[in-house]
Every structure is written in C-alpha cells, then in structure tokens.
Design a protein around this ligand. Structure first.
Ligand SMILES: Nc1ncnc2c1ncn2[C@@H]1O[C@H](COP(=O)(O)OP(=O)(O)OP(=O)(O)O)[C@@H](O)[C@H]1O
Length: 237
C-alpha cells in the first residue's frame, strides 16, 4: 500500500507538488500519469526518502521510507537517472545491493534470470544498451521480493517484446496481491497496464479513480486528460 496525503513540495516559489493525495492499493497496478514537469518524479523522490516534503506525508506500507527497517525488502524502485556506477559489472552491483540489505545471494541469480540478463551479468554496465539498463534497474527493484514496486518510466528504451515483458511482470506482481505504482507520461501505454490511475498536472491531481471511471465518456485516457486540463500541448509549463 502507498499513501500520499496532502503532499506538497516547493522549490523556492515553485510548487512542484501541490497538495497531492492518492492511494495505490495492493492487488492493483496504479498508473501515476502527467506531462513533463507535472510533479511525478518529485512525488516519487519524497516517497523514497530522497527528498523531504514541504508539508504532508508519503507512506509506504504505513511508514515513511526512512523508518523502514529493511527498505529493499519492502519497496523496490526504479528511478530515472539512478543507475549503478557505469564501471561496475551488473552482477557485482546486484551482489552489493543484496549484501547491504541482507538478501540471500541466490536471489541475485534469480533476478538476473527473471530479467533476461544472466548471460550479460559479468559485463560492465557502461556497455549495456538503454533497454538492458532498464532491465538491470528492474532486477534491482525486484531483488528484495518487495510488496511494493515503484517504477518511473519502466518501458523507456525497451523494444515491443520488452514492453510486453514489463507489462506481464507488473500484472503478475499485482495479481499476487502486491502494490505497483507506475509513473509515466505515456498515457496510451499505461492505459494498457493500469487498473487505477492518478493524473497530475502542474503539481496537482486532476483526476483519480479506476481506469474505467476516469475514461468513462472519453475515447481514451489521453482524451480524458485533455478534457480535464484543456492542455493539448503536453509540454512543460
Ligand atoms: N531540485 C529541483 N529544484 C527546483 N525545481 C525542481 C527540482 N526538481 C523538480 N523541480 C521542478 O518541479 C516541477 C516538477 O518536476 P518533476 O520532475 O517532479 O516532474 P515530472 O512529472 O517527473 O516530469 P518528467 O516526466 O519530465 O520527469 C518542474 O517544474 C521542475 O522543474
């Protein structure tokens, strides 16, 4: 379960996140959507303890991230730009993460198999394609067998097979009663994965609910977004 309650984050005079409230429930994939600059990454950074809120709360499994005893076992995350040191070998990176979170070594082999990286595990990360880096990020997120997954643009750089693989992975994770929060600015792609959606625009939630509720009366999720914001540019403010 993820609970974001009246969350605000201001940078100087700029309200990057402005009184955002939503819940991502177990057994569901929740799409966290909005155009560039809407405040998605800022919200995820606060959820993951990388930034302090100006006000409000962001809880994972009922606690602030920094109060979790073994964070990787509770929440696995993929954040843009938060990859390993390029000189590192993928297997060493995962082994280091496992050791520092008391995760058994065998789990490293499992996530490498799960993400299709077993054969490339001894290669340095700097030789990886964008898609392979995404897979490695997802491997790291899965390492602690967490109840909660938080993924920022997980299909970025993946080919159609890779996109389908991520979709199945996230659906399976939710089907086993766990929580998935999937952040993206790709409305159409996310509509194919999510059960629930939360759409943010200029730091505020413009709509949230089940995919069916939000899209009711609109041709697509994108149209539902445009209808509520009047913003057809999709660009940052
Ligand atoms: N460290 C920071 N200092 C100042 N402003 C920031 C900082 N981080 C984010 N912002 C601003 O906050 C707003 C929200 O940014 P954020 O990165 O959260 O949006 P986003 O929805 O994740 O966008 P994208 O899809 O492009 O990643 C933007 O206007 C951004 O410029």
């Amino acid at each position: 379960m993820i609970e974001v309650l009246g969350l605000s984050k201001h940078y100087g005079g700029r309200k990057a996140v402005d009184d955002v409230t939503f819940t991502a429930r177990p057994g569901r994939v929740t799409g966290f959507l909005g155009p560039n600059g809407a405040g998605k990454s800022t919200t995820l950074r606060v959820l993951l303890g990388l930034d302090a809120p100006t006000s409000g709360r962001a809880l994972v499994a009922g606690r602030r991230y920094r109060d979790l005893a073994q964070p990787l076992r509770t929440v696995g995350a993929l954040l843009e730009g938060a990859g390993p040191v390029p000189e590192r070998r993928a297997a060493d990176h995962l082994m280091w993460l496992a050791r520092s979170n008391r995760i058994p070594r065998r789990r490293v082999r499992e996530v490498l198999d799960l993400t299709g990286l077993a054969e490339a595990a001894r290669r340095r990360v700097k030789t990886y394609s964008l898609g392979m880096r995404q897979r490695l990020g997802i491997a790291a997120a899965l390492l602690g067998e967490p109840d909660v997954l938080i993924l920022d643009e997980p299909v970025n750089g993946l080919d159609p097979d890779g996109i389908r693989w991520v979709r199945d992975l996230l659906r399976d994770h939710a089907a086993s009663g766990r929580t998935v929060l999937l952040s993206s600015h790709f409305m159409a792609e996310t509509a194919g994965i999510a059960d629930d959606v939360v759409i943010v625009h200029r730091g505020r939630v413009v709509v949230r609910g089940s995919l069916a509720e939000v899209t009711a009366g609109h041709a697509s999720l994108e149209e539902a977004f445009f209808a509520r914001t009047g913003d057809r540019t999709g660009g940052p403010r």
